[in-house]
Design a protein around this ligand. Structure first.
Ligand code: HEM
Length: 129
């Protein structure tokens, strides 16, 4: 079975990512994101689906992920990555993802979040849109 299906597929990730962005919106890094998070949520859903072996929803729509490059316009320091990660941890904790897979998922998110750090100190510049 593909990880996407083992984790619970669309039925788990839709509400999980909705909850995640609701948490982001209330967090100290909300200023980095566009005020309307519907499309951001959709991109994240498409990315996770493709990444974990589910339907290929991201690259036909957005092309190669180039995640680090795509995050470069946003000043992400260690503190921002930690806030992102705690929102994700909370969302997973409140989700229906089977408990035995949660750490596998979170470990990968932790590695990716660390890789997105692109400034030693965030400059507080807001999302341009
Ligand atoms: C480390 C903390 C992170 C911050 C502060 C952050 C912030 C952002 C921001 C501001 C955007 C632009 C939103 C938009 O224009 O709709 C974005 C896009 C995105 N992020 Fe992150 N992100 C982080 C980590 C991650 C991680 C760990 C992943 C994947 C596991 C990820 C996946 C994505 C994806 C797929 C997009 C959409 C890219 C596109 O197609 O344009 N991000 N992120």
């Amino acid at each position: 079975m593909k990880p996407w299906d083992a984790f619970g597929g669309d039925a788990v990730f839709r509400p999980l990512l909705h909850d995640f962005y609701a948490r982001i919106k209330c967090s100290s890094i909300a200023y980095l994101f566009p005020p309307e998070l519907i499309e951001t949520e959709e991109k994240q859903f498409a990315f996770q689906s493709e990444f974990w072996g589910g339907p290929e929803r991201y690259s036909p729509w957005r092309g190669h992920p180039r995640l680090r490059a795509r995050h470069m316009p946003f000043a992400i320091d260690q503190a921002a990555a930690d806030v992102w990660m705690s929102c994700m941890q909370e969302a997973v904790a409140h989700s229906a993802m089977p408990t035995e897979y949660r750490e596998t998922f979170l470990q990968r998110m932790r590695l990716t979040a660390q890789a997105m750090i692109n400034r030693s100190v965030a400059d507080g510049v807001q999302h341009p849109f």
